[in-house]
Design a protein around this ligand. Structure first.
Ligand code: HEM
Length: 407
């Protein structure tokens, strides 16, 4: 079997769905990064993938991804009891009242930013959202951040995400950004532990500083910084969906009035459709811990198992007319734990499903309503979203020009 790594890098999001289509069972057998790999999707496959008797993470996440996106030895790479103990740290930091506070801080940062907009000014929505989210999350988490540092920190946090799936300059930018920000947060955590920096009890900084792992030991400073970054970085990455919201409101302006009107159920449905429709995480990887079968297809022990997130979120059997942007599909539709998987599937407590999903939804619900309510024009620009680029981007990063308020 030929190694498909080069084709993955060229074709991006459509690589795995195309391979799976070639086999009637929807299971693709391939090779990537010199390893045997099996691609799958569908609710039965999600259930299969999240069963630790089938698939584990420990050796599955490439060094390139750890050096940029997650950090080394992060929660993403753990299994079993060690995973659940470390996961507890994130769940403790992201309880429902914590999420509400995070949203309040971020909404305040958005309102400040919009107040400073001047008619005719060029605002790059992606960059603006990243700065707002960075300010919001740092204030909430207890990370000291001077106003002048907001833009460079936001650039670094988004660079780590932007460079995880390429070998080009974006990758090296991501590595440098990670090195800088791990050192920065390790210093913050050191000062908190030594009593030289005060932090609100229960804040993310406090929870990480005090966390004890399955071995009963505190996290050493660099690893503590890795995990604190695993709260701060993905929160800034919500900027991708704010940019996509700008794109969606421009292409389908009929949704704007309903968002402006304060229809909460519709706002939530809009957010789910954003996370389903727009490409972000392409697939998730684990490793088969024994010889397995899915739909009659053999998955040999040691194979990489790739859960096709993009493919499942655009599966016509699950989502009728999957390439139509239709928030209404989520009104009155309960969402199963194994169906809508932009942030993973299964149970966030025992599985690797994203612990930040409720926060992502709450942040977006607030920010898309504010965006729909803002007065701006969309100048001519390149609004292409290439499926070859991982992570996907609106090529212009979505530029708006504020206009005078409505009368
Ligand atoms: C895991 C996506 C926001 C923290 C994940 C996973 C995905 C994901 C796909 C992997 C699930 C798996 O491996 O099974 C996203 C997206 C976000 C987002 C698209 C929004 C842009 C957040 C936020 C946080 C967060 C706001 C803040 C706490 C994490 C952590 C993990 C994770 C710590 C690792 C969980 C584990 O391995 O058990 N996320 N996430 N994410 N996410 Fe998010």
């Amino acid at each position: 079997m030929l190694d498909e790594t080069a084709r993955l890098l060229v074709h991006g999001y459509s690589w795995l769905p195309a391979l799976r289509r070639d086999n009637g069972t929807g299971v693709a057998h391939t090779r990537v990064m010199g390893q045997r790999a099996v691609g799958l999707s569908g609710p039965d496959a999600v259930r299969f993938f999240y069963d630790e008797d089938h698939v584990q993470r420990r050796t599955a996440i490439p060094g390139l991804v750890q050096s940029t996106l997650f950090g080394h030895h992060a929660v993403h790479t753990l299994d079993g009891a060690a995973h659940r103990k470390r996961k507890g740290l994130f769940l403790q930091a992201m309880t429902r009242p914590d999420v509400a506070d995070l949203v309040d801080h971020t909404a305040a940062a958005w309102d400040d930013a919009v107040t400073a907009w001047r008619p005719g000014q060029r605002v790059v929505l992606f960059d603006q959202a990243a700065r707002v989210l960075t300010r919001g999350v740092c204030r909430w988490a207890g990370v000291p951040l001077a106003d002048a540092d907001t833009a460079p920190v936001a650039r670094d946090l988004t660079a780590m995400v932007d460079g995880f799936a390429t070998l080009g300059p974006r990758h090296w930018r991501a590595r440098r950004a990670r090195a800088r920000r791990e050192a920065w947060l390790a210093d913050v955590l050191r000062r908190v532990r030594e009593g030289r920096l005060e932090t609100r009890p229960g804040s993310a900084v406090d929870v990480v500083a005090r966390h004890r792992d399955a071995d009963g030991e505190p996290l050493e400073p660099r690893l503590a910084a890795v995990e604190l970054l695993n709260v701060v970085r993905p929160t800034a990455a919500v900027a991708w969906f704010v940019m996509f919201a700008g794109h969606a409101l421009h292409r389908w302006p009929e949704h704007r009035e309903r968002l402006r009107g304060g229809d909460r159920a519709f706002a939530e449905a809009f957010v789910h459709e954003l996370r389903r429709f727009y490409p972000f995480a392409p697939f998730l990887g684990g490793r088969a811990v024994r010889d397995l079968h899915l739909r009659g297809e053999a998955i040999p022990r040691g194979s990489l198992v790739l859960l096709d997130v993009f493919g499942q979120n655009h599966d016509g059997d699950l989502w009728g007319d999957p390439y139509a942007f239709r928030p209404q599909r989520f009104l009155d539709r309960p969402i199963g734990a194994f169906e809508l998987i932009p942030q993973g599937g299964g149970d966030p407590v025992t599985n690797h499903r994203c612990p930040g999903e409720p926060a992502t939804i709450a942040l977006l619900r607030t920010l898309v309503v504010r965006l729909a309510d803002a007065d701006y024009a969309v100048p001519s620009q390149d609004l292409t979203i290439s499926l070859r680029r991982i992570p996907a981007m609106v090529r212009s990063r979505f530029v708006i020009t504020p206009t005078e308020g409505r009368t």
